[in-house]
Design a protein around this ligand. Structure first.
Ligand SMILES: Nc1ncnc2c1ncn2[C@@H]1O[C@H](COP(=O)(O)OP(=O)(O)O)[C@@H](O)[C@H]1O
Ligand SMILES: [Mg+2]
Length: 343
């Protein structure tokens, strides 16, 4: 488990220090994946460098399994770094040595004896499904295979934390999905705390248990992935499950935004509204996606204002939160009288 407490980081600038991280609090429990998202320049890589102990925080604490690693020096620092495995964007393998020798490097640096090293390297390559490539050179592998070798190497010293800064950027979607499945299995099998820094929302939706949004050095949002998707006010939630909606058909005068409030919404909700409550909806856009046995869902529906209140109530009982879309008053219908929205 990793706990980041009130982490600040400043760099020296022309006119005094520039604060890049302005008090970050983040907990990644054992066996979970936290995605860190945010625009370029938000401070993601700085955060990653602080966690991997490449940069010293200006203040604050980084605790790995309860021990503060952020203020160590010398030999203690080098030894503490072993608790954190890092996967780099371009796997950063040495081209002139084999796959097995690349994975062995951290072990060799530590002085592990030859036969133990060979056993461990074989185990690691097997873990990432590349035992058959042990004697190949990095140049003979695909991008996804190289990334898996990078993961094997990051695991060599049995870290408790795995840190990935944009490690799937530039990979095709299928390869990305394979890498993410591998990370998800490492999380579950080895109980790792994984921090996944990415700008790709598909990646986040695929594997993250929690999401932290970094904006100008602060966490603007932080929560479990289902809770952010269920929250209509969450900007990250909208990015995770975007919905683009058709225009309202003429017989409807209101558009509602819906979000599944919990993971157990009845898939027949649409039919039940119609059959049990006589409520007529137009489906204008929506996404429903399975995360394990949890359903994530968002939709935009059209409705007639006469049915607004019973619809909201019925949806609520079905576990779906509804609210008026901002541009709710229709734009292209026959009736010119402004609409009075029932509050
Ligand atoms: N070594 C450094 N010295 C000075 N400023 C830096 C340094 N590293 C990053 N910065 C600044 O910190 C801010 C955040 O950068 P970074 O952490 O790389 O963001 P991100 O990874 O989210 O794009 C940027 O404004 C960047 O210019
Ligand atoms: Mg970066």
């Amino acid at each position: 488990m990793i706990e980041i407490r009130n982490l600040h980081k400043s760099y020296a600038g022309h006119d005094g220090p520039v604060e890049v991280l302005k008090g970050i609090d983040l907990v990644v429990p054992e066996g979970t994946i936290t995605a860190v998202v945010g625009p370029s320049g938000a401070g993601k890589t700085t955060l990653s460098h602080c966690i991997s102990l490449l940069e010293k925080p200006t203040s604050g604490e980084i605790l790995v399994d309860g021990r503060d690693l952020s203020h160590l020096r010398g030999r203690q620092l080098r030894s503490a770094r072993r608790a954190i495995g890092t996967i780099f964007q371009h796997s950063a393998l040495l081209r002139r040595i084999t796959v097995a020798e690349n994975v062995a490097l951290p072990l060799r640096n530590l002085g592990v004896v030859q036969h133990e090293m060979e056993d461990r390297v074989a185990e690691l390559l097997d873990r990432v499904g590349l035992l058959h490539k042990a004697n190949a050179y990095p140049g003979q592998l695909s991008g996804g295979q190289r990334q898996r070798v990078g993961i094997a190497r990051a695991l060599a010293l049995r870290p408790r934390i795995l840190l990935s800064d944009e490690s799937t950027s530039g990979l095709d979607p299928e390869t990305t999905a394979q890498i993410l499945d591998l990370l998800a299995s490492l999380r579950s099998d080895l109980g790792l705390s994984i921090i996944l820094i990415t700008h790709e929302m598909d990646v986040v939706r695929h594997v993250a248990d929690q999401v932290a949004a970094l904006s100008d050095g602060r966490l603007s949002e932080y929560g479990s992935l289902p809770s952010l998707v269920a929250d209509q006010d969450s900007a990250v939630g909208h990015q995770l499950l975007p919905v683009s909606a058709l225009p309202l058909p003429p017989r409807f005068d209101l558009a509602l935004e819906l979000a599944y409030r919990d993971g157990a919404v009845d898939p027949e909700w649409f039919t039940r509204l119609a059959v049990d409550h006589g409520i007529r909806l137009a489906l204008l856009g929506g996404t429903v996606e399975a995360r394990g046995d949890i359903a994530l869902g968002r939709a935009v529906v059209g409705i007639h204002s006469e049915q607004y209140r019973p619809a909201i109530e019925a949806l609520d009982r079905l576990g779906i939160q509804a609210r008026l879309r901002d541009d709710a008053a229709r734009s292209t219908t026959h009736d010119e009288t402004p609409l009075e929205v029932v509050a």
